[in-house]
Write a protein that binds this ligand. Structure first.
Ligand SMILES: Nc1ncnc2c1ncn2[C@@H]1O[C@H](COP(=O)(O)OP(=O)(O)OP(=O)(O)O)[C@@H](O)[C@H]1O
Ligand SMILES: [Mg+2]
Length: 261
């Protein structure tokens, strides 16, 4: 499983009219099989950071190494799974055909039956077997998120990057999906980075929570989380969980105060 080393990563978007500094000298590591969550205010640069980690954007300065290689190489080797902030499914492909998409290119005939088994397993895990032949416009928002998650995991990546996997969902659906994502993470044991605005999600999933400032984002603090694994939904009712959520919330409220001073 992958080891990620981010060293003094900075990024500035440059257009003819202006320069927008987004990331400011971020350095951190993600250890093999660890789940790291990234928490920060809207617009601070979380998705930009994730796109750099996925090799979709070349940072202006600094380096990212995943097992000693650039993220681009891992993506080309299909060892990196990425879940975008929007589920971005293809409306003209069924649920199962959306899930299989990353695996289809270059697949050998012999591997096809193995892929079909993996898709069945994935559909079962996200509880979408009865919807396998539905098209995205026929799905609820939560179902679209689950489909996108299964698509990110179908290649059994060494590293999984998820951008706001539960954005825009109601409390009950979020709770249900939070449990399903936890089950998937426990099973796949890949190194994982999850971006979120939600303190509860960041604390629930993260072995460590990286808290970012407003743009240009730098690291305020990396909060260690030694809570039990595997995390069951009941863990979200525990004193330990609430204590950490309060600690992170206080840090975030402190950020907003210093931003207005
Ligand atoms: N391709 C781009 N070109 C220019 N500016 C960009 C580009 N992508 C993002 N930005 C800018 O970079 C900043 C950070 O954007 P980003 O999407 O990384 O924030 P975020 O933390 O993910 O926000 P949110 O929590 O709302 O999803 C924003 O000001 C945004 O306008
Ligand atoms: Mg974002």
């Amino acid at each position: 499983m992958s080891h990620v080393v981010v060293n003094r990563l900075s990024h500035t978007f440059t257009s003819r009219k202006e320069k927008l500094e987004v990331l400011d000298e971020l350095s951190f590591e993600v250890f093999p099989t660890e789940v790291v969550t990234i928490l920060g205010p809207s617009g601070c640069g979380k998705s930009t950071l994730l796109r750099c980690l996925a090799g979709l954007l070349v940072p202006s300065e600094g380096t990212i190494e995943i097992d000693g290689q650039s993220p681009d190489i891992l993506r080309q080797k299909k060892e990196l799974g990425f879940g975008f902030q929007e589920p971005s499914l293809m409306d003209w492909r069924t649920v199962e055909d959306n899930i299989s998409l990353p695996a289809e290119l270059g697949i050998q005939d012999g591997a096809l039956s193995e892929l079909k088994l993996r898709i069945d397993d994935m559909l079962n895990l996200i509880r979408m077997t009865n919807f396998r032949r539905h098209y995205p416009p026929q799905l609820s928002a939560g179902m679209k998120h689950r489909t996108a998650l299964a698509r990110a995991l179908i290649l059994e990546p060494k590293i999984l990057l998820l951008d706001e996997p539960l954005a825009g969902l109601d409390l009950l659906t979020r709770r249900e999906l939070m449990g399903q994502i936890t089950t998937l993470l426990e099973r796949q044991k890949c190194t994982t980075v999850i971006v979120t605005h939600s303190v509860e999600e960041a604390v629930f999933w993260g072995d460590r929570v990286i808290l970012l400032t407003h743009r240009p984002a730098s690291i305020v603090q990396i909060i260690e989380h030694h809570g039990q694994r595997p995390r069951k939904l009941a863990y979200a009712e525990s004193m330990e969980f609430h204590h950490l959520v309060d600690r992170c919330s206080d840090l975030i409220l402190g950020l907003s105060k210093s931003n207005h001073e």
